[in-house]
Write a protein of this length. Sequence first.
Length: 177
Amino acid sequence: MVSENAKAGIDQIFIRAARASLAQNAADTVAIEPLTMVQGVDTTQILVLTVASYAFRLLTIFHFNDDGATRDYFARGAPGRDFAEVVGEIGNLCCGAMNRELGEHFVHTGMSTPTLLSGACLPFLKELEPAHLARHRIVINDALVLHATLCLCAYAPIDFRVDAHAEAEATGELELF
């Protein structure tokens, strides 16, 4: 059982993390809106990342097409890098922010390695019997359109509240100990 507060919290955490990590520079805008599950998403590839604890497994799935506009945007500053590597790093930043925030509510959260799959895998999400499924449309700089699906599988009752006014933690800084 996943409470409505927890479902809203998962979506809020994702939106904050995506806004903070998908923009490639401070001037970029990232708009995110929810979609219904019946609205089709035409995509050729998906990037799957998992945040898990003893109580749940949350798959964050980024949908994209490996086209020129997407490649150019995400490979800024490193045009020769492999596209899967670039989107994997960006996905890791987003899920790392989600993992940190979920870690405030759950103990022992961890992340998976990014996995790039064919978009043909999406219909099989129902086999996981998710307790919560949400889809979002992401528009960067009013031009580049991506989609994301959140698939939450619960192994125990989940209920928590997220501060709607909290800001995502900055990522990417190097810490020295």
